[in-house]
Design a protein around this ligand. Sequence first.
Ligand SMILES: Cc1ncc(COP(=O)(O)O)c(C=O)c1O
Length: 408
Amino acid sequence: MSHLDTLPAGLRQAQPLLWHNPTLRPAADALAACAYGRADIEAAIARWQRFAPLLARLFPDSVAADGRIDSPLLPQTDTCGQPLWVKADHALPITACIKARGGVYEVLCHAEELALAAGLLPPGSSYTVLAGAPARALFARHRILVGSTGNLGYSVGVMARALGLGVEVHMSHDAKEWKKQRLRALGAGVVEHQGDYALAVAAARDSAASDEHAYFIDDESSLLLFFGYAAAAWDLAPQLAAAGLRPTPEQPLRVYLPCGVGGAPGGVAFGLKCLFGDAVQCVLVEPVASPCFLLRLASGDDALSVYDIGLDNRTVADGLAVPRASATVAGIVGPLIDAVVTVSDASLLAELRHQWRQHGLRLEPSAAAGFVAHQLAAAQWPGAATPVVWTTGGNGLPDEVFLPLLAE
Ligand SMILES: Cc1ncc(COP(=O)(O)O)c(C=O)c1O
């Protein structure tokens, strides 16, 4: 039997579907067999805390005085009137998208390394020195490269430019013009590619390889990005408690995470399973044209892309337009993902309009994916579960981009 015979019916035909992961394992078993764990996430949280005063200093209009980058947990009801919770990363400080949790974090980690090596961070010093003139002079001699469909590039670009680091963002053809303009306005270099996300990442990697002052942020395999995202679970935990939600394996949280290459949703899922074990179900959500993570989990083949099964990777959900899943992330979280749902572009746009009109949420198409997935899962997946929809981007959409989406 070929590994393609294990693909669910309808996947190649770009039909919306709910797929249960046959390689799911009890969280405790999967985590015990994993090379990474809570300690890695706790180290990332400690690092975030060190950076907090710097973030509050650099982004006083966007980041609260405590310097934390987090979003609220909002109550909502679904179309059947049942309770549903929204983890509102579309309104995350600084860049209004989930990729900030990884992208901002990895830029800060790199800045910390440069400053430590240059003797600019003696033990006990406040990280606000990274905003001072000596640090800026150091950072001006270095640059960061990244490949992106838009939001990672923006998150990296904003943070890098705020520190005075040079930055070059390689954008896939999916990247929206306004995201490129916003980056250029910050002084970032934007390299436009006619190819897809995988090509943009490869081009950034190549460009960085020939420059000893360049640092490449690898969306396909960076563990710093991964643990930056994973720390989000620790942000959610007290919000759940404050809302009176105590998930159990009998009444689990069912968390819907929009998925591109898999880093952001995989990282968050890893953090959630570390904290809540089997009291949380992690559901990745992908466009019907770009189900790369489902393909990877169902086939076990790191090399397969959605093109290999006849799909075109064209979707209105630009942040999720990725042909091949991260092998690194799939290798870590494969046994921790409960299910994957695929959704159509039309349903994303309809949901985007609904969320704006009924609830006042300004979402980009990718970020509406969790709501659509919940509707499908509520109909096809029996069992008590409390839905949490992770909205991953959109609050920064300018009117001239957002209003036409409402009209489409
Ligand atoms: C809005 C939005 N949601 C979700 C994702 C998915 O993140 P990842 O590509 O790490 O899976 C992205 C990626 O860019 C995004 O822009």
